[in-house]
Design a protein around this ligand. Structure first.
Ligand code: PRP
Length: 188
């Protein structure tokens, strides 16, 4: 388990992702340049580590970067209730514009939890940039804060996807593309 032979089909190639991330960075830069104030990009560990790295290298405005860790899924494929913040921010986000960076929005529970947390911490706006969105799986509405906007790379069909940060049992995160995992891997 953990090798490329476990991938049934590639959904978004490295090149697809690279182009889309460039577009998202341009869009975010244009919006943020008019917002004024300090900008903090917050990656949701672990899944967002590649997206945040690729995104911030395409943004030339002065920004700060932090990470937060939320746990909800364990090693399985289904969400198991209220996400818990297990590793907090280092930076103070009071009065700042925050861009939460995610790999995927599925039920929406992780983002809702994080957005309300950042709002309570005093962020003046909270935007979200996620590589993938699976709207068909949404259980909780994602409400942004202030002038915050939602930036989505791709609307993803409801397959179990891995790669470009996303895992199954902590494996496959290092794949440079997003692929559909063969069902026999997670139904064993
Ligand atoms: C995944 C993903 C999102 C969350 C989305 O994280 O990275 O944070 O699930 O699901 P939701 O919309 O249903 O809440 P996971 O808990 O698997 O941790 P990871 O980032 O360490 O892979």
């Amino acid at each position: 388990m953990g090798s490329e032979s476990d991938i049934e089909r590639i959904l978004y190639t490295e090149s697809d992702i690279s182009k889309r991330v460039s577009d998202l960075a341009a869009e975010i830069s244009a919006d943020l340049s008019s917002s004024g104030g300090s900008l903090v990009f917050v990656g949701v560990a672990t899944g967002a580590f590649l997206l945040i790295a690729d995104l911030v290298r395409r943004i030339s405005a002065p920004i700060t970067i932090d990470f937060i860790r939320v746990e909800s899924y364990g090693s399985g494929t289904e969400s198991c209730g209220e996400p818990r913040i297990s590793c907090d921010l280092k930076l103070d986000v009071t009065g700042k514009h925050v861009v939460l960076v995610e790999d995927i929005v599925d039920t929406g529970r992780t983002l809702s939890r994080l957005i309300s947390y950042l709002e309570k911490k005093g962020a003046s706006s909270v935007s979200v940039c996620s590589l993938l969105d699976k709207p068909s799986r949404r259980k909780v509405e994602v409400k942004l804060v202030g002038s915050g906007k939602l930036y989505i790379g791709f609307e993803c069909p409801d397959y179990f996807v891995v790669g470009y940060g996303m895992d199954y049992a902590e494996l496959y995160r290092n794949l440079p593309y997003v692929g559909i995992l063969k069902p026999e891997i997670y139904t064993k």
